[in-house]
Design a protein around this ligand. Sequence first.
Ligand code: HEC
Ligand code: HEC
Ligand code: HEC
Ligand code: HEC
Ligand code: HEC
Length: 184
Amino acid sequence: MAPDEKHHDYPEPTRRGMQTRVILTAAAVVAIALMMLEYYVFFRSDIGPEQPIPFSHRFHVADRGLSCILCHPGVINSANADIPTLETCMLCHHTVIYYHPQIERLRQLYSTGRPVAWARITQIPNFVFFNHSVHWRAGFDCAVCHGEIAQMDRIVLQQKIKMGFCWNCHVKESFSTDCLICHR
Ligand code: HEC
Ligand code: HEC
Ligand code: HEC
Ligand code: HEC
Ligand code: HEC
């Protein structure tokens, strides 16, 4: 039997049957999209890694008005922003809320003289050269790369810093994308 003579013993789909199928498929797609949205809303991590001391940027920056530069002065004149030592914290907590349990812990850690093992959040591989002060002088806000740190209790990575992220801004700003400026 030639293929075009193939005999169907079921009815050809009607127009209405087709419509029903299209509607059911669309409904299924919408349902799956909603489930994914729900998953995103409830399971995305809004909160960064736990730190040895529950230091809150929101509390110190948004509420108390401290400047980023007070604790990360490196951004002005060096490649690294740096994490402040406990000495910086003690400038204030030597007196401010002295008896707060977390500040007692802070003092204990401080008295050991060992650096605090803060969990790192933003990191690029060692083979990439990056310099904070150059970008600081070019006038970019910290939030361009780090998100709204001032609103965060525990810092969470807002965007993974991939090559394309650096590259796209260099193109937009008509700055060099020579491989050797970032890979020296
Ligand atoms: C009172 C001191 C203090 C101030 C003010 C402060 N920071 Fe921090 N910052 C810290 C400490 C301590 C850490 C390490 C603990 C942590 O990650 O929360 C840190 C961590 C960070 C990190 C994460 C580093 C990493 O591993 O990725 C970023 C980014 C950052 N700060 C940006 C800012 C910005 C932007 C501001 C101003 C809006 C600011 N900081 C103000 C003390 C401070
Ligand atoms: C310029 C002053 C200043 C510096 C520097 C500073 N703090 Fe504070 N911190 C404050 C003030 C003000 C408060 C709020 C006190 C109050 O509630 O009355 C506070 C509150 C806190 C609290 C308690 C928050 C809570 O949940 O109640 C912790 C913990 C803390 N700071 C940790 C740190 C650490 C860690 C550093 C160093 C990275 C630091 N602070 C540096 C001024 C400072
Ligand atoms: C153009 C993007 C960009 C801008 C703008 C930027 N940072 Fe960063 N920051 C980075 C990258 C990339 C790293 C990771 C560096 C690494 O792994 O060596 C980083 C790391 C850090 C760290 C961790 C410690 C360190 O030195 O590696 C801190 C703290 C920090 N930045 C604070 C700031 C503050 C405060 C500002 C604003 C004054 C700022 N950054 C502006 C890209 C940026
Ligand atoms: C928001 C825009 C922006 C982003 C994001 C950005 N850059 Fe830049 N970058 C610039 C501009 C603009 C300059 C030129 C500044 C000047 O010298 O005027 C520059 C300069 C540089 C330089 C030259 C520094 C020197 O020593 O001469 C390097 C290296 C560099 N960026 C690396 C990076 C890397 C790596 C990243 C990603 C982690 C990055 N940049 C992300 C805008 C950006
Ligand atoms: C503006 C800065 C910048 C420039 C310019 C740049 N890179 Fe990169 N490159 C990065 C950063 C940041 C990373 C690390 C993050 C990542 O893996 O995407 C990276 C990673 C890489 C990697 C490793 C990728 C991987 O998956 O591990 C290669 C290979 C590379 N770059 C090659 C190049 C070449 C070739 C050029 C020139 C055409 C170039 N890069 C120009 C910033 C830059």
